[in-house]
Design a binder for this molecule. Structure first.
Ligand SMILES: Cc1ncc(COP(=O)(O)O)c(C=O)c1O
Length: 445
């Protein structure tokens, strides 16, 4: 097909691709096409250079095209392109499981690979229900998520998730799901840097009441994000996750912590479980596991879960679940390289070091036009702007576009803007992103 570059036809070639979570019509009328990336920057088809202030989509924690990751993928493609994932293995997937498990606390020692955060969430939920059944507690099938939670877009994930638009179009979803309240009250927590010192017991009492209503013997698992990412970067109060662990444990309910965003350095720590000093039964990861270079996710489980499956089956398949591309050689090779870079370059420690500077920088936006709340943890921040009457999300989207015009890509989800710097960012990059958001806010009506 020859491209017609006339003003009326020049965007026709964009029509076949149905873009995910994107206003397709608006995008195709004014596209933003990344042609190349290097380090902290994207380069567009228009010839502009854009600072990536969102680590791709929370996944390129090391920036783009790190030479070690590029080299590892090339070498792997040259050696073994694909290995049947069922009944066969390849060395790197076993190695990566060890390297990943080593970063999680306690007994979280076994890694089930998948290809995305959504698959990781659905895998973890299925594991929880099957685990109870295998130990003779087959009545434990209920799942408890949280309002405004995000666990991807599979039917399991949207059922336990709590973002209304991701749920309302898709029927009755999974049965037997309940939702806890979102542990954030703007009246008392707005503009709080880091974790708020707010009493978490009302949230625990609510969970206890929910457990009493259904009876613990019907509940398989509680699933939460350690901090809400896609829902707008909201940070629970101090001790929330610790108390959630205590309450779930008391009732024999598994705790699944979705670390798809928080895993691999985002909080200046290997993961949120380590950061908060909590040992969940199952953790889900994806994205930065291999710096977003090849699709990959995983459910990491405690020894009791793994042993529960192994011990229940004398022979044969222990878990009737898996994907053709589970532990794909290219993804595993990229994973091993990324994990080596995290370690060798001290990336988690650098992110921790930059967190204070980032916190101050992002909170300096407090008095800018439209800003009604700012939150942060590690190298993640949410800035909420006031909505326009009758046009939900319009102002957030405008700030996103105006910021992009200044050469910086952040993300807007409704009225919430999210900033997630590449973890190797220094003060200069952070200043650049905050200056651009400031200019974006000022340029927005
Ligand atoms: C906490 C969390 N869980 C799950 C997912 C879904 O991951 P994916 O888009 O790879 O399916 C995301 C994506 O942002 C996420 O933030």
């Amino acid at each position: 097909m020859t491209l017609d570059n006339s003003p009326e036809r020049r965007n026709d070639w964009l029509q076949s691709y149905w873009m995910p979570f994107t206003p397709n019509k608006a995008f195709k009328a004014a596209p933003r096409i990344y042609e190349r990336a290097e380090g902290h920057y994207y380069y567009t088809s228009e010839g502009t250079k854009v600072l990536d202030a969102f680590s791709g989509l929370w996944c390129c924690n090391l920036g783009h095209r790190h030479p070690k990751i590029v080299e590892a993928i090339k070498a792997q493609a040259d050696e073994l392109d694909y290995a049947n994932a069922f009944n066969f293995g390849h060395p790197k997937v076993f190695e990566l499981a060890n390297v990943v498990a080593d970063q999680f606390p306690g007994d979280l020692n076994h890694v089930f690979f998948v290809n995305s955060g959504s698959e990781a969430a659905d895998t973890a939920l299925k594991m929880a229900i099957a685990y109870h059944r295998l130990r003779g507690e087959g009545t434990r099938t209920r799942l408890i998520g949280r309002v405004n939670g995000y666990h991807g877009v599979g039917f399991g994930g949207i059922s336990v998730g709590g973002m209304v638009n991701n749920r309302k179009f898709f029927g009755s979803l999974l049965p037997g799901v309940d939702h806890m309240s979102f542990p954030y009250d703007p009246a008392t927590q707005a503009f709080t840097p880091g974790e708020a010192e707010v009493d978490v017991e009302p949230y625990m009492r609510e969970l206890e009441a929910m457990i009493a209503l259904h009876d613990a013997s019907t509940i398989a698992a509680v699933i939460v994000e350690p901090f809400a990412g896609s829902g707008g970067v909201f940070v629970p109060p101090k001790n929330y996750l610790k108390r959630l662990r205590e309450v779930t444990k008391k009732h024999g309910i598994l705790l699944i912590v979705d670390e798809v965003i928080s895993g691999f350095g985002r909080m200046g720590s290997p993961n949120a479980a380590t950061y908060f000093g909590v040992e969940p039964d199952i953790v889900t990861v994806a994205k930065a596991i291999n710096n977003g270079a090849v699709p990959m996710g995983a459910a990491i489980v405690g020894k009791h879960i793994y042993d529960g499956f192994m011990d229940a089956s004398a022979a044969g398949v222990e878990f009737f679940h898996g994907y053709t591309y589970s532990g794909h050689p290219l993804a595993a090779a990229a994973g091993l390289a990324a994990q080596e870079v995290f370690r060798e370059e001290g990336v988690y420690a650098h992110a921790a070091e930059m967190s204070d500077y980032f916190e101050q920088a992002v909170h300096s936006l407090k008095d800018e036009p439209h800003v009604v709340d700012i939150r942060n943890i590690g190298l993640a921040a949410g800035v909420t702007v006031s909505g326009r009457e009758g046009a939900p999300g319009a102002r957030g989207n405008d700030v996103f576009l105006k910021t992009y015009e200044k050469g910086v890509a952040v993300r807007a989800n409704g009225e919430h803007l999210a900033i997630a710097p590449i973890l190797t960012s220094g003060k200069a990059e952070i200043d650049m992103m905050i200056d651009a958001v400031r200019a974006g806010l000022r340029a927005t009506a």
